[in-house]
Design a protein around this ligand. Sequence first.
Ligand SMILES: [Zn+2]
Length: 143
Amino acid sequence: MSRSVTLIELLVFILMAGFFVAGYQGFAEGSSSLAWRLLGGTIGCSSVLVFILLCLGLHTLVFVGVPSRPVCKQGGCRSKDYAIKLVDKHVRLVCGCGDAYKRVGRRFMRVNNRRAEPYMIWRFPLGWRVDEGQGDKERVDQA
Ligand SMILES: [Zn+2]
């Protein structure tokens, strides 16, 4: 994990350096002033960061959800009200009401007596929708 992050950081650094040089040289065409070249370099440099932020934003919008968690089943808690806690040795998202949830991909499931029942699913661009899908179906029927 930390190795891959380091690799990505290195890649970003190389990209930023490359775009800095490109911007620096690009702005050197019309004007020989150092200030202009540095401005060009800065624009080139920051365009890499802007691009990365755009990609992250798009990824969040399509695959994660905005907000990243739906309102809880009892209707009282919002995305920021969930806390990550250990419940029965599993990592769960526990809302302010004390209900446990788990997230699998785009699905947000309520965990009740160790059974995961479908709750909400993120559907871009519609938003959070009631999940009529599988969840953990046979276990839900037993409940
Ligand atoms: Zn709640």
